[in-house]
Design a protein around this ligand. Structure first.
Ligand code: FE2
Ligand code: FE2
Length: 283
């Protein structure tokens, strides 16, 4: 008769192969005896991928201005022989669209973190709701600023650019971790650290690109955004570190183990020293 597993049993991690060596051996034996289900080998997979790459169309097409906007910078870039003005503008619009999508997503991500923080309460050394709201509001400000810049350049801020599409796909994992009801604040912050690292690099890249295309006028706004992104990164990194370390410090058993290991090590080295000094005396 089957007995219901207790909560403690259910929470026991059995994913590792060492949990049950006998069953693991059976599993390995079974895998060796089984035929590979699909026909073909790695070469066939590579050939199929090559076929797909050859046939594939690009991920979306680059955005073009829809209204008369300020294309002075792009025209300058053309004058310097850097690239065609239209292409330069289109490239900039693509990357602006990427940051816009990321900041929009960032705002939603922080909405999720705020909700989680409200539900589980402030954790010591972790962020407060007010801290998170502050970052959320700055992500929103960045989004609005980008929306304005794109519009002023004659672009359409609602366009899904190829780069925006890619960051959207990349952010899926982060969103899943944040919205998962089981994740702790530390695990949620781990996901947010990934977002903030990408955010920082994204702004740096955008500043470099805008400057190289002659759009020095955008530098001030973008540098200000980067400055606040650096603060986000520093804070998230700090909270994550504090929460992770306080989790380790809250483990008395681990502390005891480490202390006894240290004592054992010290006594072993003391014994070694005294035996080598005895040997020397004998000589
Ligand atoms: Fe951001
Ligand atoms: Fe940020």
């Amino acid at each position: 008769m089957k007995t219901q597993a207790t909560e403690q049993e259910m929470l026991l991690n059995r994913t590792g192969i060492m949990t049950n060596p006998e069953l693991s051996a059976e599993l390995i034996q079974g895998a060796k005896e089984a035929e590979p289900s699909p026909d073909g080998d790695l070469d066939d997979i590579a050939a199929k991928r090559a076929e797909y790459v050859e046939e594939a169309l690009p991920i979306g097409s680059k955005p073009m201005p829809v209204a008369e906007g300020d294309i002075t910078g792009a025209a300058d870039a053309e004058a310097e022989g850097a690239t065609d003005a239209g292409q330069a503008l289109s490239l900039l619009l693509d990357k602006l669209g990427e940051r816009l999508a990321f900041e929009r997503q960032g705002t939603r991500l922080y909405e999720g973190v705020i909700q989680k923080c409200e539900l589980i309460g402030d954790s010591e050394g972790g962020p407060s709701v007010a801290d998170l709201r502050h970052i959320h509001d700055e992500e929103m400000e960045h989004f609005k600023m980008l929306q304005r810049v794109i519009t002023e350049m004659g672009g359409d801020a609602t366009v899904q650019t190829p780069s925006a599409d890619i960051v959207g796909v990349l952010s899926h994992g982060i969103l899943q971790v944040v919205s998962d009801p089981r994740t702790t604040m530390a695990q949620t912050l781990q996901a947010m650290l990934n977002a903030e690292l990408a955010d920082n690099d994204g702004w740096q890249m955008l500043i470099t690109l805008a400057t190289s295309l002659g759009r020095d006028d955008l530098e001030e706004d973008f540098e200000k955004a980067l400055e606040s992104e650096q603060e986000h990164l520093e804070n998230v990194r700090g909270w994550l570190e504090t929460l992770t370390l306080s989790e380790a410090q809250a483990l008395p058993a681990a502390e005891d183990d480490a202390a006894s290991e240290r004592r054992e090590h010290e006594s072993r080295s003391a014994k070694k020293k005294s035996s080598s000094s005895r040997k020397k005396k004998k000589k």
